[in-house]
Write a protein that binds this ligand. Structure first.
Ligand code: FUC
Length: 786
């Protein structure tokens, strides 16, 4: 397959003051490092994903996940008032439905690492830039290696860096083509307040505890050289006349995700970092590199795409992003392919088992006061981070999300009790949990400190889609039973206790509801009703697969029919609020072009609105047309996926073009603004959704293929049911299709084919319209002939 090299490269260094626009990231899930490729001075922003302020500590012993006490009576009262149409009185009480405004914390910068390099023949006063030539900095996503190379006079200097997941270490190697030409000073900057740095015997040792919550951290940065000398001097290390140098970076905190341990592991983080570093040094750079490559490429290389068939190296990234805006077709396909793979790269780099899931910026952050605290927003953003995990063949990267949600449950039970009157105790130990818009790693599950962004009762139901998809795509029944199902079960218990029958609306409703993050407070809005409907539908399947909880399943089967989430307005659009056609409906807070289109959850990522519900599909399309195409980064990525689900490839492509030309920095970071990872990962998921869908009960290759991708190929996209799909096309028509069945069972494909082969054997199939149905065996590969 002729694919582009997955390289994001620049011909000049990035500006240290423009981190989100110009840095280039590497990560191993636990740690992140972002580089600028500076010549005489390089700045490396270092992160450890558990370094947070907030949460419980001796400084805040009363911390309780943001929950206030005994709010359920207010919730009940507001619900009654809304039911009775007493909106003003209900609104007066809304401030009661908020959480605290302190203790939620923020993701922190660990520190910056500076490399100040000295070059042969250059005075201490600095570098004459006229002597620099052939500069390149490269993020090679095929290897997950960042490199910087340049000539000074006739000497070539090189640095390369990678973040190893198996050894939890970041390595940076410096070398040159002249003997003993590697000389530099290594120092730390922007350390946490109160942190201490010691320079000793080839190492910088950095440790301390966060002032606000006493979370302890430790990092060790060790330098190993071939020849030359390394000296500790004034808190720095000075390396002279080395043949080459390797910098090893290990870091840890004493955070742990256990609610009962008050989120502290009790282990000494510095000792942990030292032990990680010592082990890594014994393995040595070359073996660490091979180990990293093996680990990373196993994930990354599973899925390839080629749009319009171009190979070779892509253009420099700044020219790509500029050229894209000018409509250069060759550059457009290049950037689209790179954007797809950059999403997958960033997901692997920021979400591996054993650490927290990817936050609003993944694992990369240069600030102690990042936007939105760089938290876990669950009214779209965290979910979106994982939309591409399964279909782009990276199911392993979703494990931190599943673990995170699981670990949230004990804290979420406190919120369920205080705000929803749902109590878990010895008799009913896992009786219902919930969480609201903004979540932190310390079980912050309370509503936000302002109702109008902070209240989102169905956000947890939405998260259930992300974890149920694990089973849909992988068919891993054991993981379903042990990990996913208990979380879904407790969620279902929560909603089954929470919903009430509303005689005015003649349905079971969630109330009060607030459609993120605009419009009025109403009863049973589409966002909440449709998310709960999807959870119920998925739960019924899960409990059937495992043959569990029959009684509850029967109740849920009855309840799901009474949710009636979707209604079409007088204008022919899908209603966002059930009451929106009523004369006393308060439309003062409705914003026509608002970025959240929360009433379309059923179209994507849900399955309530499909081509088998044509009236709803039309209403959803009318809604999207009314909302418009332009928006902020993640909202464009959402629209991309929505339009892909309508099978309108050209419209989806035009949204993708908007995302890439209006919301993409030249380092390919998506911006809202500011930089948010969700747009990148949602965008990558959307490209996959254009090429392959499987949510309507069959696999549909090229479901939303735009004219702009007249020919191309993909390998290794995944479909529900454990199928891995390779396809190629010309002039918009399938020319090749191969499907690997990892689980066996029935395969349904919308494609129309002359024959299907498995090895030498012709396979029997049934064709109904365009849909072909056949039985597969586990491990069988099925080739379709056109
Ligand atoms: C949601 C969005 C905001 C922002 C924040 C992190 O609440 O509405 O625009 O993306 O998440």
């Amino acid at each position: 397959m002729n694919t582009l090299k997955n390289i994001i490269k620049f011909s000049s260094p990035g500006d240290f003051s423009k981190w989100e626009q110009e840095c280039q990231p590497i990560g191993n899930g636990c740690m992140g490092a972002s580089f600028f490729g500076g010549i005489a001075k390089e700045k490396i922003v270092l992160n450890e994903k558990t370094l947070w302020t907030g949460g419980p500590s001796a400084n805040d012993p009363g911390y309780n996940g943001g929950n206030k006490k005994d709010k359920y009576p207010y919730v009940k009262k507001i619900r009654e008032l809304l039911h009775d149409g007493e909106y003003d009185k209900a609104l007066e009480l809304l401030p009661e439905l908020t959480g605290l405004d302190h203790g939620s914390g923020a993701y922190q910068l660990l520190c910056n690492l500076y490399i100040e390099q000295a070059f042969d023949g250059c005075s201490e006063n600095g570098l004459d830039m006229n002597t620099v030539s052939d500069y390149v900095r490269t993020l090679d996503m095929d290897k997950a290696v960042f490199g910087t190379e340049f000539n000074i006079g006739s000497t070539r200097y090189c640095r390369e860096a990678f973040a190893s997941y198996p050894s939890n270490i970041i390595c940076i190697k410096l070398y040159s083509d002249k003997p003993k030409a590697v000389a530099f000073k290594l120092s730390l900057g922007e350390i946490q307040e109160g942190g201490e740095v010691r320079a000793e015997d080839g190492r910088l040792v950095y440790s301390g505890s966060i002032k606000e919550n006493l979370l302890r951290y430790g990092a060790v940065i060790a330098v190993e050289i071939k020849d030359g000398e390394v000296k500790a001097k004034g808190g720095c290390l000075e390396i002279t006349s080395a043949e080459e140098a390797v910098i090893y970076i290990a870091a840890a905190t004493d955070y742990c995700s256990d609610f009962n341990k008050k989120y502290r592991s009790g282990a000494d983080p510095l000792a942990a970092a030292e032990s990680t570093l010592d082990k890594a040094r014994k393995v040595g750079y070359d073996s660490l590199y091979s180990e990293h490559l093996e680990d990373y490429t196993t994930l990354f290389s599973r899925c390839k795409i080629s749009l319009n068939g171009e190979g070779g190296e892509p253009e420099f990234a700044n020219r790509l992003v500029e050229g894209y805006k000018n409509g250069d077709t060759k550059l457009k396909s290049q950037l689209e392919e790179l954007y797809f793979q950059f999403g997958r790269y960033m997901l692997i780099g920021s979400s591996r088992a054993g650490s927290l899931p990817a936050n609003l910026q993944g694992v990369w952050n240069e600030s102690n006061t990042p936007p939105w605290n760089c938290d876990y927003h669950i009214n779209v953003n965290l979910q979106m981070n994982y939309w591409g995990a399964y279909n782009t063949n990276l199911a392993e990267t979703a494990v931190p999300l599943v673990d995170f949600i699981d670990d949230l449950r004990p804290a979420g039970r406190v919120t369920a009790k205080e705000y929803f009157g749902i109590v878990s105790d010895e008799n009913a130990p896992e009786n219902g949990w919930t969480a609201h818009t903004a979540v932190n790693p310390f079980g912050w599950t309370a509503p936000g400190w302002d109702f109008y962004w902070g209240w989102s009762t169905a956000a947890a139901a939405w998260l259930m889609q992300n974890i149920w998809e694990h089973y849909e795509f992988t068919g891993d029944k054991e993981y379903l039973e042990k990990k996913i199902y208990p979380i879904m079960l407790e969620s279902v218990k929560f909603y089954s206790r929470w919903l009430v029958y509303d005689d005015g609306q003649d349905r079971l409703v969630s109330s009060p509801t607030y459609s993120p993050e605009h419009g009025p407070v109403t009863v049973g809005n589409t966002y909440e009703q449709s998310l709960i409907e999807q959870l119920y539908t998925d739960f019924i399947k899960a409990s059937e697969v495992l043959d569990r909880d029959r009684v509850l399943r029967e109740k849920i089967k009855a309840d799901v029919k009474r949710l009636k989430p979707y209604h079409i307005s007088r204008t022919g659009r899908l209603k966002e609020w059930f009451e929106e056609d009523e004369k006393d409906f308060d439309s003062s807070k409705v914003q026509q072009g608002h970025r959240h289109i929360s009433h379309l959850m059923g179209l994507y990522p849900g399955k309530g609105i499909t081509h088998s519900t044509p009236e709803l599909m039309t209403a959803a399309i009318n809604t999207m047309n009314h909302r418009g195409d332009e928006s902020t980064g993640w909202a464009r990525a959402y629209k991309l996926n929505l339009w892909a689900r309508t099978w309108d490839g050209n419209r989806a492509y035009s949204i993708l073009s908007g995302l890439l030309s209006s919301c993409t920095f030249k380092n390919l970071f998506d911006f809202h603004p500011p930089f948010q990872l969700d747009g990148n990962l949602g965008g990558a998921a959307g490209i996959a959704e254009m090429l392959l869908q499987s949510h309507e009960g069959y696999i549909y290759p090229l479901a939303a293929l735009p004219d702009a991708w007249s020919e191309g190929e993909f390998k290794g996209l995944c479909a529900r049911g454990g199928f891995v799909v390779d396809a190629s096309w010309k002039n918009g028509r399938l020319t090749g299709l191969n499907i690997l069945s990892k689980l066996g069972g029935k395969l349904r494909v919308k494609c129309g084919a002359k024959a299907v082969r498995c090895g030498d054997k012709k396979e029997p199939f049934v064709q109904d319209g365009e849909i072909i149905t056949l039985n597969t065996v586990c491990g069988g590969e099925y080739g379709f002939c056109f």
